[in-house]
Ligand binder design. Structure first.
Ligand SMILES: Nc1ncnc2c1ncn2[C@@H]1O[C@H](COP(=O)(O)OP(=O)(O)OP(=O)(O)O)[C@@H](O)[C@H]1O
Length: 263
C-alpha cells in the first residue's frame, strides 16, 4: 500500500528520513546567485555523484552541506534533522565527514599513527595524542587500514606515500571518525592514471562495508559509472538532473550543458 505523503524531512516507520536532504538551497554572494534552489534527497546508503561543468557550483554546494557557508535561502537536513544553522563541528558530530586535504596528514608520522590520532579525536582523547601516538595501533586502526588497502604500509612515513596512497590515508582518517555521510571532493585529483582503478575499488569497498551515504564530486566518467547510484548534475548553480547515470546522461538539458566539454 502506498504510504501517505509526509512533511518534508519527517520520517515514518516504513520510510526513514533521507540521510541528506536539500530543500530549495540557495547561496548568493555580491549579487551573483552561485547555488540556485537546489532540492534533492539521498537515501541512506546511497552513492550520489555531483557533476557539472567548471564553475557550476559543486564546491559551493559542498560548503553549504558541510556548514562552511550559510545559505541565503533553503534548508539542509541530515537524517531528518534541520542543521541549516549548525556549525561544521556540530554537523561532524551528527556523522558528517569530509575528506581531509593532504595538509591534514602528519607527514613525519607513520600511516598507523595518523589513523590512531584520528580515532582518538573521535573519542575526545586528542589532548593526550602525542603520548598515545606512539602506540596508535589498535583494532579500529587495523580494521580501517585493511579496508582502505593500506595495512601493508602501516609503518611507512605518511609523507613518503604516493598520491594514490595519500588519498587512501585521507579516507582512512575520515573512517576512523565513524561517519555516516561522507563528502568526497574530487578523490581522483592528482592521482596517476594507473592508480584510479585501485582507488575506485577502495571507495566502493568502503561504501559497501560501512553502508555509509556518499556525495562525491568527480570528473572521471569511468569512476562515476562504477560507483554512482544517481548523478546530480549542476549547471549555473541549479540542479539540471538527479537520476540514474544513464538517464541523467541521456537528458537533453544535461547534454546541452556539457556541449563542447567531455561528459
Ligand atoms: N566566495 C565567492 N565569491 C564570489 N564568487 C564565488 C565565490 N565562491 C565561488 N564563486 C563563484 O561561484 C561559481 C561556482 O564556483 P564553484 O567553485 O562552486 O564551482 P565548481 O562547480 O566547484 O567548479 P570547478 O569544477 O571548477 O571546481 C564560480 O563562478 C565561482 O567563481
Amino acid at each position: 500500500m502506498p504510504t501517505a505523503p509526509t512533511r518534508a524531512g519527517a520520517a515514518t516507520e516504513s520510510e526513514p528520513a533521507p540521510a541528506l536532504e536539500l530543500q530549495d538551497l540557495s547561496w548568493a554572494v555580491g549579487g551573483a546567485v552561485i547555488v540556485d534552489g537546489v532540492a534533492l534527497a539521498a537515501r541512506s546508503g546511497e552513492f550520489v555523484a555531483l557533476i557539472g561543468p567548471n564553475g557550476a557550483g559543486k564546491t559551493s554546494l559542498f560548503n553549504l552541506v558541510s556548514g562552511l557557508t550559510r545559505p541565503t535561502r533553503g534548508r539542509v537536513l541530515l537524517s531528518g534533522a534541520d542543521v541549516t544553522r549548525e556549525r561544521p563541528y556540530q554537523r561532524t558530530r551528527r556523522g558528517l565527514g569530509r575528506t581531509f586535504q593532504t595538509s591534514s596528514v602528519f607527514a613525519d608520522l607513520s600511516v598507523e599513527e595518523n589513523v590512531g590520532l584520528a580515532a582518538q579525536a573521535r573519542t575526545g582523547d586528542s589532548h593526550r595524542f602525542w603520548r598515545r601516538a606512539a602506540s596508535a595501533s589498535g583494532p579500529r586502526t587495523a580494521e580501517v587500514l585493511e579496508l582502505v588497502r593500506l595495512a601493508h604500509r602501516s609503518g611507512a612515513e605518511a609523507g613518503g606515500l604516493s598520491h594514490g596512497d595519500k588519498r587512501k590515508l585521507e579516507l582512512a582518517l575520515l573512517l576512523a571518525r565513524g561517519p555516516e555521510l561522507i563528502l568526497l571532493d574530487e578523490p581522483m585529483a592528482g592521482v596517476s592514471a594507473g592508480e584510479v582503478g585501485e582507488l575506485t575499488g577502495v571507495i566502493r569497498d568502503v561504501q559497501r562495508e560501512r553502508r555509509c551515504t556518499v556525495l562525491m564530486v568527480e570528473h572521471h566518467m569511468e569512476v562515476l559509472l562504477e560507483l554512482a547510484d544517481r548523478l546530480a548534475v549542476m549547471h549555473h548553480g541549479a540542479l539540471l538532473a538527479f537520476a540514474a547515470p544513464e538517464t541523467a546522461m541521456a537528458d537533453p538539458q544535461v547534454q546541452a550543458a556539457y556541449l563542447g566539454e567531455p561528459l
